[in-house]
Design a protein around this ligand. Structure first.
Ligand code: ADP
Ligand code: MG
Length: 648
């Protein structure tokens, strides 16, 4: 005798519930040949479903051996069992077990997807099967739009889509009216007539009568095994070759299918998807916006620092800001300034002195401070002129009564709109002639409404203050010179001239550095906070995915029963998590861009700079969150026991 197709040898299956052990199958020995039609009978609880599940490789014996075509199943791993279910077995359940979100056609296609068949091949086969079973008009219907009999025919088509050499039907007519039952039994007989092996579980003798052999179970034991009629000899059934795509193409095709399934599942649970995504949307939007705000602020500050003249040093008497002995220190003199101007790495230099005066023209007066500066002052500061020009060296030497004003002074003193150039204003009691107006500039360092008047420092000394010490000397370092070296050189020269170190230097390069450090630090801090919101979003995704795995246990069970590998389930949930997070990332970036646009449109103090880099990083981070936080739920799903999952 040849090897039987299915062979049980002393199979036992016991369930442990608490400290009770239920023996569902005891020492069952049974052989089923290819092409047989067998009914398994017995009262409820006699072990029929347990037997069926082991036959279909959904479950394993606790003891004993089960061989399929001579191969021992006990040593097979879950994926090998999944392959058997996918390629050789077709399940028909009492309660149909169709996926409610999918159309009849898509339900039938599922086992073929896991078998790696091409979309066109599986669609045409699924369509033909459904047409043959009288459902040609119902391809796009969802299960709830079909009658019980129709649903059961969909599940028969699903069992046959990969060939279905062995059809396992567990109480297939249990939920059907008699007409539908007859129809289903007729189909099963037809399949048997074509050479398929058909095993039906039933407690109904009338149903069992359709089979040619009846195996009766009682309390998990085979109590009778008899033929009802002569075995119909059918030509050996030729199983259609499974045209799975080979290698990489197969992997890619399955990934594409998994993504498509994930998208369909997301689309059919829009609210859940939206809520899951929300955390990621907010997280990504806040990270991208914060980084963009920070970057914009940083560039603004640095831009303004460099518009102050490239690199300047301010030299003050005393040992630091607020030094009480500054008055006692030897003041900085004009000669000091001149000496500093001779240094190679000094581009230009200006003494500075300041005093408070009343500014007057006609009947308008304002109290303000007036700046006494050298001719090079405007070059040192990098100011440009809207009108006229600066006073020159000879003018400074001659204590000329010339003045440069800014736009604010122009607005206040020349409110009549007359051209200020050449006009005379009073600085204290000294009449001066306006020779230039500097161009307005936008800067956070530049008080918008301050009134600025610059006149030669010599004029301030002789006409306004009567003293000859300077408040400070400001010098602009040559563009290519090193600012630290220049600072050291200035310090050396002045120390030699003064005989001691009684001054201090403020370097705007240092200001720039500390500004940069501060903005970086702030940016890091805020980004860290935004990052925390991302992590919270990720945990939200994980949370909802974990719940969704529980909610979808039955779906997972069905997928496994029709042959999904653990990897297929893992991939499906992982891809779903990644897609949810990517969608969230996409929406978050869009939100951040919208915010940046609004920020500018509604007059934000600076521009938000959303860099390509931050967009790329945002996408990578959201993918990563999907993978990291999706993994646990996906693994839980993949580890579900198909039987337990189906029992839900
Ligand atoms: P049938 O399908 O003939 O009604 P089953 O095979 O479902 O019977 O069950 C056989 C016996 O095993 C029953 O006593 C049932 O209570 C028990 N049983 C089945 N499944 C489980 C399980 N997962 N855990 C514990 N006991 C189970
Ligand atoms: Mg049962």
């Amino acid at each position: 005798m040849s090897t039987p197709l299915l062979r049980f040898d002393s199979v036992n299956r016991s369930y442990r519930t608490g400290d009770q052990v239920v023996h569902a199958l005891r020492d069952v020995t049974l052989s089923i040949e290819a092409g047989e039609m067998v009914a398994i009978m017995g009262v409820s609880g006699s072990g029929k479903s347990t037997l069926m599940n082991i036959l279909g490789c959904l479950d394993r014996p606790s003891a004993g051996s089960y061989r399929v075509a001579g191969e021992e199943t006990a040593t097979m791993d879950p994926d090998a069992l999944a392959r058997l279910r996918r390629e050789h077995f077709g399940f028909i359940f009492q309660r149909y077990q169709l996926l409610g979100d999918l159309s009849a056609l898509r339900n039938v296609e599922i086992p073929a997807i896991y078998a790696g068949r091409s979309a066109t091949a599986r669609q045409s086969r699924a369509t033909r099967l459904l047409q043959r079973l009288g459902l040609g008009e119902r391809l796009a219907h969802r299960p709830y739009e079909l009658s019980g009999g129709q649903q059961q025919r969909v599940s028969i088509a699903r069992a046959l889509v990969n060939g279905g050499e062995v059809i396992l039907a567990d109480e297939p007519t249990g939920a059907l009216d008699s007409a539908s039952s007859e129809e289903v039994l007729r189909i099963l007989e037809e399949l048997h007539a074509q050479g398929q092996t058909v095993i039906i579980v039933t407690h109904d003798a009338k149903v069992a009568a359709h089979a040619e052999r009846i195996v009766e179970l009682c309390d998990g034991m085979v109590v009778s095994d008899r033929a009802t009629r002569e075995r119909r000899v059918v030509p050996p059934h030729d199983v259609p070759a499974l045209a799975g795509e080979a290698g990489w193409a197969d992997v890619v095709a399955r990934l594409v299918e998994a993504a498509a399934m994930a998208l369909r599942s997301m689309a059919s649970h829009r609210l859940r998807t939206l809520l899951t995504t929300l955390g990621i949307v907010i997280g990504i939007a806040s990270v991208v916006s914060v980084v963009a705000l920070g970057e914009g602020a940083r560039r603004q500050v640095l831009g303004e620092l460099s518009s102050f003249g490239t690199n300047t040093l301010d030299v003050y008497p005393g040992r630091g800001w607020g030094d009480v002995r500054a008055g006692l220190a030897r003041p900085l003199s004009n000669a000091d300034a001149k000496a500093l101007g001779t240094l190679d790495y000094v581009d230009s230099v200006t003494p500075q002195i300041m005093t408070t005066v009343v500014l007057r023209k006609g009947n308008v007066d304002r109290t303000t401070s007036v700046n006494g500066v050298g001719a090079q002052f405007f070059r040192v500061r990098g100011y440009s002129f809207a009108e006229g020009q600066a006073f020159d060296e000879p003018a400074v030497a001659m204590q000329a009564q010339d003045a440069v004003i800014d736009g604010n002074v122009q607005r206040v003193l020349f409110a009549d709109g007359s051209d200020p150039l050449g006009q005379v204003i009073l600085v204290g009691s000294v009449p001066v002639r306006v020779v230039g107006v500097i161009a307005k500039r936008h800067s956070v360092f530049y008080a918008e409404d301050a009134l600025n008047v610059w006149i030669p420092y010599t004029t301030v000394m002789s006409r306004l203050t009567g003293q000859d010490s300077l408040r400070s000397v400001t010098l602009r370092i040559a563009d290519l010179a090193d600012s630290k070296a220049a600072e050291a050189g200035v310090k050396r020269l002045l120390t030699t001239r003064h005989g001691k170190f009684d001054f201090f230097i403020s370097n705007n390069d240092t200001v720039r550095e500390s500004m940069e450090k501060t903005t970086r630090g702030l940016q890091l801090l805020v980004s860290a906070i935004a990052l925390i919101s991302l992590i919270v979003g990720g945990i939200g995704v994980m949370n909802i995915m974990l719940v969704s795995v529980i909610e979808r246990t039955q779906e997972i069970g069905i997928r496994m029963a029709v042959g999904a590998r653990r990897g297929d389930i893992l991939r499906q949930f992982l891809i779903e998590a990644v897609l949810v997070c990517l969608t969230g990332g996409f929406a978050g970036i869009a939100l951040a861009l919208g915010f940046a646009f609004a920020f500018e449109a509604f007059g934000g103090p600076w521009k938000m700079i959303v860099s390509t880099m931050s967009i790329v990083v945002a996408f990578m981070v959201s993918t990563l969150i999907g993978v990291v936080f999706g993994f646990l739920p996906a693994r839980n799903a993949a580890r579900l026991d198909p039987i337990a999952a189906l029992a839900q």
